[in-house]
Design a protein around this ligand. Structure first.
Ligand code: ADP
Ligand code: MG
Length: 682
């Protein structure tokens, strides 16, 4: 008998090959499979006549094949299958590329359902590569069809069929995790109905019911798990830090801390003096001055005779922090060191020895800080910068180098309160909601691709004034597959260098380059040895080139607002008026709205809220920084009411049954979901 932990290969029709492909989506068990929720749905229930087919959106029609299909070979490796289909209102000419097998399965006189975008108007229409199936089969037409997130080697069809089989295999064994009383009190449907209809909804209403139930369940388990984590946390106690004269630190700064920075510092210092380990998230918009908050904490810890470590996700960032912080802190008697992957072996050894002997107070670095050989005499404070770039394991590994060190996580992704509560319920949050004085907003425009000639002139103008520009290059992929970033970046840079801007110095950087190469390109750009830097989003994280005044983002519709905001934060860091141009040919209302938000506001928190409202939280973080389970279906933006309901239900259950004795299935699931988080926090 199967259970949800059964390997997907158990399902008939899923062999080695397909299991391997599914594993790329982290789908390994039956549970993973049926919990792979659709990204969206296509309503293919409405049948139109040929004459009625809309021009601008895909639709279904039933039509009879008027003759046998014809096959033409256009060139090597490209064959067209053409078919004329008719109904009583008109004719539809259908073309398929490289689907030669259709030749034998489409028979004259039979009626098929076609789903696609019809070109032209009137009674004679065309469709290219529509979805097609015989009338009455209802697998991909005539119903609401799920559309799944994909990866290479896994098609919609494969996922749909696998999930269909998965659901059938699970039907009899699907446990209802929610206690009956909770289900009844909150009018939620049964698990079986929910899983069936989230994938293959029988109606829009059924889909709503399914989604509500699954979102509730997710939020409910999440709330219980978080509550239990919080309870565990308070039990550790550590020696409290003693008071330190922070005026000495403040006087050494070239500027006065903003009120918001001061508040964050005060909150963090209070934690460290409390006798329990600090577990704090410091959130602040790009440029809000998080580094100085961290520096203050480091100073405080070191004056308490503890060591501190700051871990950055990239070598470039670590170096920048080192260059920025070590002169200041050294002048205050803090012994600093930089330790990264490219630190020479001998220096590494000596730094390790000094760390172990307590002769270095503060070390800045990359994940080199957590390699097995590095030991600390008394690591008392761990700071991680731009933490969403770290895996849970990495942060945990650094923490494990000390005995319950204080931790400060700095995030440049402003998170709306509702979301912070969910995602960081196990952390205390400080917000730097104020920028240092004298910043000028980055002028932001949204333009179509036809503006390219003008954009190139604009780049040239900025460069002639001594400035530099970033171009985030287009990354278009044919299907839902990941695009080839190396190719995209190098081709675009080459086009700029040979055609559009041959007189400028064009450099490029992408994620597939070795860290050393990236580093070299970035430092050269920072030293103004190139004028234009073409890149993917690798420049998103914290790089500081104050002379750069222009950011052009191609295919802007592909990015989340928060990500656009991060990218834009790369300019406007110096005294020059800066510009950000969002290029997009996508004319959908949604894109228009989203890009408009960017042109109208510079406030990261507002942007994050809009992002959340428009897209849901899915993309806020690549992955689960703290080992907290991700939310797969609940949408904190839209489900705020449901979140409250679920939280209340969780509190009530915990009050009545703190050990969850009455609902073992839920207890077991929570233990699984939070296993990683529990490890991290220990
Ligand atoms: P982020 O929050 O993006 O990490 P940084 O810490 O890099 O921001 O700070 C951005 C810039 O602002 C740095 O050049 C820093 O020296 C400067 N800065 C930080 N705090 C202040 C302040 N209170 N007044 C003026 N400039 C500041
Ligand atoms: Mg920073």
């Amino acid at each position: 008998m199967a259970d949800l932990a059964t390997d997907v290969r158990y399902i008939k029709g899923i062999g080695e090959q397909r299991a391997k492909a599914l594993a790329k989506l982290d789908i390994r068990t039956l549970r993973d499979l049926i919990s792979w929720f659709p990204r969206r749905y296509e309503d293919r229930t409405v049948l139109r006549s040929i004459a009625e087919l809309p021009e601008d959106e895909p639709a279904c029609c039933a039509a009879m094949a008027a003759a046998a299909p014809t096959v033409t070979r256009v060139r090597k490796g490209m064959e067209l299958v053409k078919l004329r289909a008719v109904d009583e209102t008109g004719a539809l000419d259908v073309t398929f590329f490289n689907q030669t097998w259709l030749k034998n399965s489409l028979r004259p006189g039979e009626t098929y359902i076609f789903y696609g975008r019809a070109e032209g108007r009137g009674t004679h229409r065309k469709m290219t590569s529509p979805v097609v199936e015989p009338e009455g089969r209802r697998e991909v037409t005539g119903r609401i069809v799920p559309v799944y997130p994909l990866t290479a080697g896994v098609s919609q069809l494969v996922l749909r069929r696998s999930i269909r089989q998965g659901l059938d295999a699970c039907a009899a064994i699907l446990p209802d995790i929610l206690p009956d009383s909770v289900r009844r009190d909150h009018q939620l449907c049964h698990a079986g109905f929910a899983f069936e209809n989230i994938h293959f909804p029988t109606s829009p209403e059924a889909l709503d019911l399914a989604r509500r139930r699954l979102a509730f369940e997710e939020l409910f388990l999440f709330a219980i798990g978080l509550q239990r984590l919080r309870e565990r946390r308070v039990t550790v106690s550590v020696p409290p830090c003693a008071a330190v004269d922070m005026e000495i630190f403040c006087k050494a700064l070239p500027f006065t801390l903003t009120a918001a920075q001061r508040r964050c510092v005060d909150e963090a210092l209070a934690d460290m003096a409390s006798g329990a380990p600090m577990n704090r998230l410091c959130q602040g918009d790009v440029g809000s001055g998080k580094t100085m908050v961290a520096a203050a904490c480091v100073y405080y810890a070191v004056k308490n005779r503890r060591q501190a470590a700051l871990m950055a996700p990239t070598e470039i960032l670590a170096q920048q922090h080192y260059k920025g912080l070590s002169p200041l802190l050294e002048s205050l008697g803090v012994r600093c060191a930089l330790l990264t992957g490219s630190t020479p072996a001998r220096a590494k050894k000596s730094i390790s020895a000094q760390l172990a002997a307590g002769e270095i107070d503060f070390v800045i670095g990359t994940h080199a800080l957590i390699t097995g050989t590095v030991e600390y005499a008394d690591l008392g404070l761990v700071v991680t910068d731009e933490q969403h770039r770290f895996g849970v394991g990495q942060r945990a590994a650094l923490i494990a180098k000390g005995r319950h060190p204080h931790t400060l996580v700095m995030s440049a992704t402003p998170i709306p309160r509702t979301l912070a509560l969910i995602l960081y319920g196990d952390l205390d949050v400080s917000v730097i909601d104020q920028l240092p004085p004298g910043r000028r907003a980055v002028e932001t425009y949204a333009v179509p691709g036809s503006y390219h000639p003008r954009l190139y002139s604009f780049i040239r103008k900025q460069v002639s004034e001594g400035r530099q520009a970033y171009v985030v290059c287009p990354m278009v992929s044919e299907s839902d597959e990941a695009p080839d970033e190396r190719k995209a970046v190098t081709e675009y840079a080459q086009m700029l260098q040979t055609q559009a801007l041959p007189d400028l110095r064009i450099a490029f950087v992408h994620g597939k380059m070795k860290p050393k190469e990236k580093e070299a390109v970035m430092s050269a750009f920072a030293a103004h040895e190139s004028d234009v830097l073409v890149s993917t989003t690798v420049i998103e994280v914290g790089v500081d080139v104050p002379n750069a005044s222009l950011m052009i983002i191609e295919n802007a519709e592909r990015f989340g607002l928060s990500q656009l905001h991060q990218l834009r934060g790369r300019v406007g860091r110096g005294q020059h008026q800066s510009y950000c141009v969002l290029v997009s040919d996508n004319r959908s209302e949604e894109t228009r709205q989203r890009l408009k938000v960017m042109t109208k506001t510079a406030d990261g928190f507002r942007i994050a809220e809009e992002d959340l409202r428009l897209r849901g939280p899915g993309d806020f973080f690549g992955q689960r920084q703290h080992g907290l389970p991700g939310l797969r279906i609940a949408d904190i933006g839209c489900d705020a009411g449901l979140l409250k309901e679920a939280q209340t239900a969780a509190e009530e259950l915990l009050a009545a049954d703190p050990e969850l004795k009455t609902c073992p299935a839920a207890a077991e699931r929570i233990a699984e979901l939070f296993a990683q988080a529990a490890d991290t926090l220990n």
